[in-house]
Design a protein around this ligand. Structure first.
Ligand SMILES: *[C@@H]1O[C@H](CO)[C@@H](O)[C@H](O)[C@H]1NC(C)=O
Length: 292
């Protein structure tokens, strides 16, 4: 260590004060927003609450959940995935309620061998029933830098976004008899775990434990939603840091429809609504409506 000159020191002090104010205004803090739910020391909050890492070794993965439960909202997190050989691992970011007839909205990142692409797996469960998978490739390498993954959940629709580009929309089609998640508050969950029995190429490629621990990084977690008041069915104040309530009615505009067409044309690798072998009696009703 060497002493800083006083002008350098005061510059650094000012710089870090300004930087921390900007961060406080633009994103939550993991200490305030989440609780660990498994994995002991494999869960770490760093940089004063701005960065969170999860790791996975042969004994266990790790995970966390939001302190609050939400009934609708917009949920964003930035993620940097496991580089190199991540085969067999699954990184998640999802919303879920509790109980047997639960609702769930999933983003899952299925690892792969070195140099092979990740798969983004999405699903929607309503009242305990899922089976609505769509899978995508990405148009960038998700392991070299942070990218933003978002879920918009409002009474009309669910939108999955990657770097603010919509990749999937699940519309509320209750009028056609399709259950829609709208009565059960959900928490945000994130985790890293081993699923080498199925995750990579149908389970043929196993996790290489000589590379453990595997680590993923999360930052800029932002839950802008309607916070459920414990013990009541009502939902209280929305996030006080932000008065951006656009999520409440967010849909796709012309630009959004162009972008989702581009993603679904070039990067969608699986859609349950195209998988006739799974539905010999006919496709589920939600597959028949308009796509976006
Ligand atoms: C891994 O990469 C191979 C080759 O591109 C691909 O066929 C496979 O679907 C990928 N698996 C996952 C889980 O992404």
């Amino acid at each position: 260590m060497f002493p800083l000159t006083s002008s350098k020191a005061s510059f650094l002090l000012h710089f870090s004060l300004i930087a921390s104010l900007l961060l406080a205004a633009s994103a939550g803090n993991f200490y305030q927003d989440v609780d660990q739910n498994f994995g002991d020391q494999r869960f770490q909050i760093l940089e004063g609450g701005q960065l969170l890492t999860l790791s996975l070794d042969k004994l266990s993965g790790s995970g966390f959940q939001s302190k609050n439960e939400y009934l609708f909202g917009r949920f964003d997190v930035q993620l940097k995935l496991i580089p190199g050989n991540s085969a067999g691992t699954v990184t998640t970011f999802y919303l879920s309620s509790q109980g047997s007839a639960h609702d769930e909205i999933d983003f899952e990142f299925l690892g792969n061998s070195s140099g092979q692409p990740y798969t983004i797996h999405t699903n929607v469960y309503a009242q305990g029933k899922g089976g609505r998978e769509q899978q995508f490739r990405l148009w960038f390498d998700p392991t070299t830098s942070f990218h933003t993954y978002s879920i918009v959940w409002n009474p009309q629709r669910i939108i999955f976004l990657v770097d603010n580009i919509p990749i999937r929309v699940f519309n509320n089609q209750e009028s056609n008899g399709v259950p829609y998640p709208k009565n059960q508050a959900m928490r945000v969950y994130c985790s890293l775990w081993n699923a080498d029995d199925w995750a990579t190429q149908g389970g043929r490629v196993k996790t290489d434990w000589t590379l453990a621990p595997f680590t993923v990084s999360y930052r800029n977690f932002n839950a802008n939603g309607c916070v459920k008041i414990p013990g009541s069915s009502a939902c209280g104040s929305t996030n006080s840091l932000s008065n951006d309530q656009a999520w409440q009615t967010q849909g796709l505009d012309a630009n959004g429809r162009n972008r989702i067409r581009w993603v679904q044309h070039k990067y969608m690798i699986y859609n349950y609504c195209n998988d006739a072998s799974r539905f010999p009696q006919g496709f589920p009703s939600e597959c028949k409506g308009s796509r976006f």
